[in-house]
Design a protein around this ligand. Structure first.
Ligand code: NAP
Length: 280
């Protein structure tokens, strides 16, 4: 675990590599995305729903031109909103996301949630497979999929490209062991959203204790480090330049097994929404 660095990546079934940590762009402004790239994040996580794909694309292109970096140096993730499930609507939504961000490919495209119907979810996947074949997307995945939703997709006879990623809310108060182990068994990387619990658990005694023990770490750093050590890909969000930087300062220490066990909390407490339990 000590060998983890800001440059570490995980290999996806698509063959691409995903950074071990990303910048969550929900409610983030253009300056925050630009600051995140300057601070060292190499993944931007946005969505149609966040209504900031234009700003994410602008921040990316500004940063690329100012630093002379290449498009391949940054991993761009966006998501299909629920109202656009279905073959035609998905194909159009992909083109719209590309247009808004002024990109010629998306690194990872996710179905934001399973909230539609089996028919629409699978038609959506077909459109995403076709977009990969057309070179518009490098890797495809899902978000907020529970185990039954993942099984539905993996057992679909027309599946040609397996999901590379499932992005779900995961933190010590929502460990989601069922989903995480199912994904691990099926070579699906789990991205952890709301990894900071949106700040709601920062004052928990166990977090405060570990902040002191590891030498004045912030609650956010403890939670991000926990996520990394669980083998997850955390995507913390901040609009504050100092917090954007501090949230990346998580590679110089590691939480002991004994302290990881203290964070093994039997709890099911989402801070965002929870479509993982929705009916098929
Ligand atoms: N797929 C989905 O359905 C889904 C759902 C939710 C989220 N997500 C993704 O996951 C990302 C992260 O989740 P999230 O935005 O819900 O929550 P989060 O990252 O757990 O927490 C963000 C909140 O914590 C604050 N914060 C950040 N760093 C801090 C620090 N060092 N100290 C104190 N406060 C700090 C931020 O405020 P400031 O900005 O003021 O710092 C913000 O209010 C999203 O941006 C989005 O990309 C996906």
């Amino acid at each position: 675990m000590s060998s983890l660095t800001l440059q570490s990546t995980l290999k996806l079934t698509s063959g691409s590599s995903i950074p071990r940590i990303g910048f969550g762009a929900y409610l983030a402004n253009e300056e925050a995305v630009y600051n995140a790239l300057n601070a060292g994040y190499r993944m931007i996580d946005t969505a149609e729903f966040y209504r900031n794909e234009v700003e994410c694309g602008s921040a990316l292109s500004r940063w690329l031109s100012e630093t002379g970096s290449k498009r391949e140096d940054v991993y761009y993730v966006t998501k299909l909103w629920n109202s656009h499930h279905g073959y035609k609507a998905t194909a159009e939504a992909i083109d719209e996301s590309l247009r808004r961000a002024n990109l010629n490919y998306i690194d990872l495209y996710l179905i934001h949630s399973p909230l539609s119907s089996r028919k629409l979810r699978l038609e959506t996947w077909k459109a995403m497979q076709d977009a990969v074949k057309a070179g518009k997307i490098k890797s495809i995945g899902v978000s907020n999929y529970g185990v039954p939703h993942l099984q539905e997709l993996l057992e679909w006879p027309q599946l040609e490209i397996k999901p590379s990623v499932n992005q779900v809310e995961v933190h010590p108060w929502l460990p989601r062991k069922d989903i995480v182990s199912f994904c691990r068994e099926n070579d699906i990387v789990v991205e952890a959203y709301s990894p900071l619990t949106r700040g709601k658990r920062f004052k928990e005694p166990v977090i405060q204790e570990l902040c002191k023990k590891y030498g004045d770490k912030t609650p956010a750093q403890i939670l991000i480090r926990w996520s990394l050590q669980q083998g997850l890909v955390p995507i913390p969000k901040s609009n504050n330049p100092e917090r954007i930087k501090a949230n990346l300062d998580v590679f110089g220490f590691s939480i002991s097994d004994e302290d990881m066990a203290k964070l093994d909390i039997k709890s099911y407490a989402p801070v965002a929404w929870d479509p993982t339990t929705s009916d098929l």
